[in-house]
Write a protein that binds this ligand. Structure first.
Ligand SMILES: [Mg+2]
Length: 255
């Protein structure tokens, strides 16, 4: 374990009030003000997709090539597909997830085509190495490394996610990478979180999970006894300890 080159700073026993405020004058969510028992975490875990990285591949061109591969004229604009997909991607069934969207579009346009073949062609065109860090991700990783053990916990399988991690050199920046897609249960089940904190030798209640999904990241972290930092602005029935407008908000939590 590298601890990013130096041992983690131990936690203060002081109780501290931390406010994480969105930078905008009119935040979509109320400013969170909460009392926490310590000022640092012994481990910081990050979600991958949408939290640390984003795709750079031209998805509109990818969409067109999927139709070319199956020899079908496109029957809608790419944006129409995104709008009929069900929530976040299903990491266990990409073809089924996209195929359902293509099926809805085909029905809307009165077309009878093999929508599963379309989805398979789309998935085949995806290049998982075409990703880059989200803004402020490197600085957030550096800040986490200065105070805690760090890990990436992603719901995808290694077969797909390792290309992304390799493309941005992420394996060298964290102490552990866990691919929940290769486990019997993924987020929001507790098992992947438990495996990750165990790999770091840190109790769950001393760890913070940072992610952009309420239903997978916040729900899963709380199921496993971790604190949660939600990166996003969706209305939430959950109670994440922190709400981040961007990863630039993270360092102030970790000080
Ligand atoms: Mg995500």
């Amino acid at each position: 374990m590298t601890w990013c080159g130096r041992p983690p700073r131990r936690s203060s026993s002081l109780s501290t009030r931390i406010t994480v405020a969105p930078h905008t004058a009119a935040p979509l969510l109320p400013i969170r003000s909460l009392t926490v028992s310590t000022v640092t975490f012994d481990a910081v875990l990050f979600d991958l997709d949408g939290t640390l990285i984003r795709r750079t591949q031209d998805t509109a061109a990818l969409y067109e090539r999927a139709f070319e591969r199956v020899g079908v004229d496109p029957f809608a604009a790419p944006e129409a597909l995104w709008s009929v997909l069900d929530g976040p991607p299903d990491p266990g069934d990409q073809v089924g997830y996209l195929g359902a969207g293509f099926a809805r579009l085909a029905a809307q346009h009165g077309r009878h085509v093999d929508t599963v073949a379309l989805a398979e062609a789309f998935v085949a065109e995806v290049d998982n190495s075409q990703v880059t860090f989200r803004d402020d991700a490197p600085a957030a990783l550096d800040a986490a490394c200065e105070t805690a053990a760090t890990a990436v916990l992603t719901n995808g399988p290694e077969l797909r996610q390792a290309d992304k991690i390799g493309a941005v050199g992420l394996a060298d920046r964290v102490d552990s990478v866990v691919y929940a897609g290769d486990m019997p249960r993924r987020k929001p089940h507790a098992a992947p979180f438990e495996k990750t904190v165990s790999s770091l030798g840190v109790p769950a209640d001393r760890a913070l999970y940072v992610g952009d999904s309420l239903g997978y990241d916040v729900a899963g972290a709380h199921n496993a006894g971790l604190a949660a930092a939600y990166l996003g602005d969706e209305p939430t029935p959950y109670s994440p300890e922190y709400v981040l407008e961007s990863l630039a908000d993270l360092p102030q939590i970790l000080r």
